[in-house]
Design a protein around this ligand. Structure first.
Ligand SMILES: [Zn+2]
Length: 355
């Protein structure tokens, strides 16, 4: 009986040995290991999505795999794009991840200038060709490549690669309070904003302003009043015809070139939107308002009510207008706050955040 049991055990051990041996010798080698991946790499591959596993299986051995998988900002679903991009352009891991993550990986060539532009804060990818062209035609010299890059981005985002009044596009009315009207985007001759209301004499001249803008202005007016300050709207909404009359008068007096620096051509005036107004205090005029306490207060508080100083000092080349401390535009609190914080002109803000 004991002999039988021992025999049986030997048989079992024997079979087990044969079975293990069979599997050891017949087992197919792992296809990733066969490609050249190490055990360490294989362990990571097995954690990837099925799609990435399949891709790595069909592609050639990729020596930088672990560097990419461990890189900061890596998005696993873009792994294939990183690999393809790196193989095509030979840029470093950091640049490759930056470009692919931002979906900038559709350009024919990536020279130093192109990459520098892509790193600009307000870079807009679909403007790349325009940036490069504008940069090539620049005659100004800059302290650094960053300074030039930022200048180029600002200029093109503001359409400065076109001369004023040459783009001739209609303003996008669907943007409502974020509407942009300037020397590139115009309003039609018959455009009249909805909800125009008459300003009460306490707040300014008895003329028209868009109703929400008026409500926000009254809140601002009251807040200023609390500080012992007094605001007074001089010129709010202006119709196309009124602007036409004004502009023609200025042209007759100063000539077209000079008139264009301070007056909009009809259809191109922000006053026609009903969202803008010229304001001073009752005791100041356009020339002296800049030195008033009211102006000082507006500089730091207008954004809280959704207003921006539309034509700031030093930005004349962007806005196309001389510095106007009195001209305010309603864009809503969110946009106004962002503009206050970043120091962007509305042209730049519109290109980057609204358009
Ligand atoms: Zn104005």
């Amino acid at each position: 009986m004991k002999k039988l049991l021992v025999g049986f055990m030997i048989c079992i051990i024997g079979f087990l040995g044969i079975w293990l041996g069979f599997h050891y010798f017949m087992k197919k080698p792992n296809p990733y290991l066969k490609k050249g991946y190490t055990d360490q790499e294989l362990a990571r591959i097995e954690q990837l999505s099925e799609e990435n596993q399949a891709y790595l299986l069909e592609a050639d051995y990729y020596p930088n795999l672990l560097s990419y998988l461990d890189a900061e900002g890596m998005q696993e679903e873009l792994l294939k794009d990183y690999i393809l991009f790196e193989q095509l352009y030979g840029l470093g891991i950091e640049e490759t991840i930056f470009i692919v993550n931002h979906h900038y990986n559709d350009v024919a060539s990536y020279d130093e200038n192109t990459i520098a532009l892509m790193h600009g804060t307000y870079y807009i990818h679909e403007y790349l060709e325009r940036y490069l062209k504008y940069e090539n035609n620049l005659t100004i010299t800059f302290d650094s490549q960053e300074a030039m890059r930022d200048y180029v981005i600002t200029a093109v985002n503001s359409n400065l690669d076109y001369a004023f009044y040459t783009l001739d596009e209609s303003a996008n009315l669907e943007k409502q309070y974020l509407l942009l009207v300037n020397k590139y985007y115009k309003l039609s001759e018959d455009y009249v904003p909805e909800n125009l209301v008459t300003i009460a004499s306490t707040y300014g001249a008895s003329l028209l302003l868009e109703s929400t803008v008026y409500e926000q202005y009254k809140l601002m007016w009251s807040a200023a009043k609390q500080e012992g300050l007094s605001l007074y709207i001089r010129s709010p909404y202006r119709s196309y015809r009124t602007q036409q009359t004004l502009y023609n008068r200025y042209v007759a007096a100063d000539g077209k070139a000079v008139a264009d620096t301070y007056s909009a051509r009809p259809g191109y005036s922000e006053h026609q939107t009903g969202l803008a107004f010229d304001v001073t205090s009752p005791s100041t005029n356009f020339d002296t308002f800049e030195y008033s306490q009211e102006f000082e207060w507006l500089k730091n508080n207008a954004h809280k009510y959704g207003f921006i100083l539309r034509y700031p000092k030093g930005k004349e080349y962007i806005t196309g207008y001389m510095y106007e401390p009195w001209h305010y535009r309603y864009v809503g609190v969110e946009a106004a706050t962002k503009i206050y914080e970043t120091g962007l002109t509305y042209e730049e803000y519109y290109a980057y955040y609204v358009r």
